[in-house]
Design a protein around this ligand. Structure first.
Ligand SMILES: [Zn+2]
Length: 460
């Protein structure tokens, strides 16, 4: 049997340990959509909480927002999504599968360099699945359409938002006025977005339903370079917090001819995933394009009145943009480690390959696991009391089955920083053994000191 790739092992671990399940699995799965299991939702919540803390709460120039997924379709006309948010699509005439023409050209070693208004020249290309003939390329809009209200017809046609940014722009004035914000200031938002991707790839890297964490940072155009650098540094700090090694990150400066025409500077932050170097985050200086378009399409005055100079300006925008699923994929790939031959030194070690998720403690789905050495009193009661005492502060898992070695390995696989063993000495000396995931060191700690102990260890 061929050896499984790192990616296969990671996917298998995510399924086996309850991080990520394919959507609608009992019906055969559903078109590149995934669900977070009990541990996945903890990891995802920890990431979102940390992002909010770093980008919104810890900064006095940022505020938060939660706009709706369904919004006026005019927003997507103004943003250009109705007209331009599309990819070139080809169908196989034989097996009827659909492909992105630009991807096929790329893998055939031909640079697409395409103009949205011109069909791509796909002559000479064959279906990569069956070798069949392909149709000519045509533009396929990636927005999901839906109907709002009970009447069918064009007046009630709407879209599931393809990005969260639109909700920020249309609330710019509400937020600025109610919060009495002066430029520069930012609005942060976390929420779902939807794209009807033609091809989906690499597990949760490109999916049709996903979450974004985005900021629109409103500025006066002078000094934009300084704000851009500041936000770039904040993004670097975020990547370090996630445990992503500098060596796995690439800051890709987008060349003039490849940038959107309105953008003056764009950097893609790429990550070295197990399947290759691909985009993780983006940072773009979008000038006053967005508010300018919304001002034009809505007819509302979106200018900012400077209270000191009485000058009116249309704010410019710098946009740091983060995908949650890609963050999770990068964090998991970085944390995943296989230890051949096992790392345990106890006799219980089966000397097989062991896996450890070396997640930053702040992100680990379970912080503390509690193992009683016997399922009987008095150990059982002591272990349950410890769990009850710690669970308001940390996510705690209680496990009484299997050897302690097996229980350690289960926790190592899900990245739990600390395991507590309640043993036969505990009823006498009032102490338990606390084991550290990374050093595997064990120390005896008094039961009544546990909360203090973890408050020092698990501080962010
Ligand atoms: Zn085919």
């Amino acid at each position: 049997m061929a050896e499984l790739s790192k990616m296969d092992k990671l996917i298998s671990l995510c399924k086996r340990r309850g991080f990520i399940f394919p959507s609608s699995e009992i019906y055969g799965g559903y078109s590149a959509i995934y669900d977070f299991g009990p541990l996945g939702v903890e990891l995802s919540n920890n990431i979102k909480k940390a992002w909010w803390r770093m980008f919104v709460r810890e900064r006095d120039d940022m505020v938060g927002l939660d706009s709706s997924i369904l919004m006026s379709p005019k927003i997507w006309e103004a943003s250009g999504h109705v007209q331009n948010f599309s990819d070139p699509l080809v169908d196989c005439k034989k097996c009827h599968q659909r492909f992105r023409a630009d991807h096929l050209l790329e893998s055939a070693g031909l640079k697409p360099g395409y103009d949205k208004d011109q069909p791509l020249d796909t002559k000479g290309l064959k279906c990569p699945e069956c070798g069949g003939e392909l149709t000519e390329s045509r533009q396929f809009n990636l927005m999901f359409k839906t109907q709002v209200g009970s009447m069918e017809g064009s007046t009630s046609e709407a879209y599931l938002r393809p990005e969260t940014a639109g909700g920020i722009f249309v609330n710019y004035k509400n937020v600025q006025q109610t919060m009495r914000k002066k430029l520069p200031f930012g609005i942060g938002q976390i929420g779902k977005a939807f794209r009807n991707e033609i091809t989906v790839e690499n597990y949760i890297f490109r999916v049709r339903e996903f979450e974004q964490m985005e900021i629109e940072y409103f500025i006066k155009p002078d000094n934009w370079e300084k704000h851009f650098e500041e936000l770039l540094n904040l993004m670097k700090k975020w990547c370090a917090y996630l445990g992503l090694k500098e060596a796995n990150l690439v800051y890709h400066e987008i060349a003039d001819e490849e940038r959107a025409f309105y953008s003056k500077r764009t950097i893609d932050i790429e990550y070295n995933y197990p399947f290759g170097q691909k985009e993780l985050y983006g940072l773009a200086y979008r000038t006053d394009y967005d508010l300018g378009r919304h001002q034009k399409f809505s007819g509302e005055d979106l200018t900012y009145l400077d209270p000191e100079t009485n000058e009116k300006t249309l704010p410019h925008v710098i946009e740091p943009s983060f995908g949650l699923q890609r963050t999770i994929l990068a964090v998991l790939s970085e944390a995943f480690e296989e230890v051949k031959g096992g790392r345990s030194t106890t006799t219980e070690s089966n000397k097989e390959e062991e896996m450890v998720l070396r997640l930053p403690y702040d992100l680990a789905p379970v912080k503390i696991a509690i193992f009683p050495l016997s399922k009987k009193e008095p150990l059982l009661g002591i272990a349950e009391d410890i769990a009850k005492d710690l669970c308001p502060f940390w996510n705690v898992q209680y496990d009484e089955t299997g050897s302690v070695g097996k229980r350690y390995r289960r926790q190592d696989e899900i990245g739990t920083p600390y395991c507590i063993t309640v043993d036969f000495d505990t009823p006498n000396d009032g102490k338990v053994t606390v084991r550290d995931r990374d050093t595997m060191e064990q120390e005896r700690v008094e039961v009544k000191e546990l909360r203090n102990f973890f408050q020092k260890k698990l501080i962010y």
